[in-house]
Design a protein. Structure first.
Length: 398
């Protein structure tokens, strides 16, 4: 069979390539128009609903019986409750506009990234094929296309900023932008000096406590305790320490991963659908991991010298207390200690457990995959719960 003509092959490739480019341009234009229309409609609905709720509250405060949007009768309210209810309305719409503004920023980034993507792809095509057809295609079909020339998203961003500033924040633009501003979605956010200092401090303390643990274990072997000292169930205690150590060491590894993603240009914030305004950067993850490793080491030292420090208490009480504190902090409902990150993780874990009911997203899949690496930790947690609820104090594991 005679080989095909190279010019004919190039022509077929060109036809297929540019056909794919045109198809993608049409698809992106269609998607962008749809999302842009939804954004305009959403802004109109939010502003109209805000005005309607304030008017309804005003009529109720005048002692008039009125009806809501569904036609249901709404009774008058006491004037003393008006300010409280008005504050709730303002808070609700501040949160709604904050979420809406984030969606606008994402749509604006979609607009810019697709334009840049087409420019780089067609420029690469010209370089590889030694042609100018990519440049011609870009000038004719990409530059000036709807998703590139449309300014509606930019206008909606300005209108949202003006509405939040003038109406919701009473003219305080700095306060309005603090709630609306979205950090760079590239993950290249500015680091605070305090975060850098804290991460360095905790890393130093964690390394120092490991030196202390080595010295403490050598000293403990040379000490002779009294005969009536309370014996320890050493194996369950070591299981608790292994379980918690692996969790914190895993957190440190995740911080290194996040640092690598950041430097490699992998946008994990968008991939995992994390709120750009509330997430832990690699330094904060490192700080959390090293901080708990430091407290883990302190607890281990207390366990080693428990016959001296707490002679009347079972030694394995120390790892139990540490275990309770760690998982208590994870489940704590109070808005402290990175509550938004903790709640995000708990929601993802819940979605994993109920995966037959809810659709699985990429972040759920990723975390479930990491749980496979933590199989030992999951087994240790079940053993710890069984031991402390059933066998503790029976001397079966010494």
């Amino acid at each position: 069979m005679a080989p095909e003509d190279p010019d004919e092959l190039n022509e077929q490739f060109d036809h297929s390539f540019f056909e794919g480019v045109m198809s993608e341009i049409k698809r992106i234009n269609s998607f962008f128009r749809e999302k842009e229309s939804e954004a305009r409609s959403r802004f109109a609905k939010l502003t109209a609903e805000f005005t309607r709720q304030l008017e309804l509250l005003h009529r109720q405060s005048l002692g008039k019986e009125t009806s809501d949007i569904k036609g249901k009768k709404v009774l008058a309210i006491h004037p003393a409750r008006v300010k409280k209810l008005e504050a709730k309305i303002y808070l609700k719409f501040k949160m709604a506009f904050s979420e809406y503004y984030l969606n606008l920023i994402l749509l604006q980034n979609y607009q810019a990234m697709n334009y840049t993507g087409f420019r780089k792809i067609l420029k690469k095509y010209d370089k590889v094929m030694e042609s100018k057809r990519g440049k011609q295609c870009f000038a004719k079909h990409v530059r000036g296309t709807y998703f590139e020339r449309s300014k509606d998203v930019e206008l909606l961003i300005e209108q949202t900023e003006k509405f939040v500033t003038d109406t919701l924040e009473k003219g305080d633009r700095n306060k309005a932008m603090q709630k609306l501003r979205v950090p760079p979605l590239s993950g290249l956010e500015l680091k605070k000096h305090s975060t850098t200092f804290t991460s360095g401090l905790m890393t130093g303390l964690a390394l120092a406590i490991f030196v202390v643990i080595i010295l403490a274990s050598l000293i403990r072997n040379k000490l002779e305790y009294e005969e009536d000292a309370i014996e320890s169930d050493s194996i369950p205690a070591l299981v608790v320490f292994r379980c918690t150590f692996l969790l914190f060491f895993f957190t440190v590894l995740i911080s290194w991963n996040t640092y690598g993603w950041r430097n490699a240009g992998v946008n994990h914030i968008l991939i995992f659908e994390i709120d750009p305004r509330n997430h832990l950067n690699y330094l904060q993850l490192l700080t959390v991991g090293m901080m708990f490793l430091f407290f883990w080491g302190c607890t281990l030292v207390l366990y080693l010298f428990s016959p001296i420090v707490t002679p009347n208490m079972k030694p394995e009480t120390w790892p139990l207390l540490f275990f309770i504190i760690v998982f208590g902090l994870l489940l704590l409902p109070a808005p402290i200690f990175y509550s938004k990150t903790r709640f995000w993780l708990l929601r993802r874990l819940f979605r994993i457990l109920t995966s037959p009911v809810f659709p699985v997203e990429f972040a759920d899949f990723f975390i479930a995959d990491q749980l496979n690496s933590l199989a030992t930790v999951l087994l240790d947690i079940s053993f710890v719960c069984c031991y402390y609820s059933t066998w503790w104090g029976q001397g079966m594991w010494s």
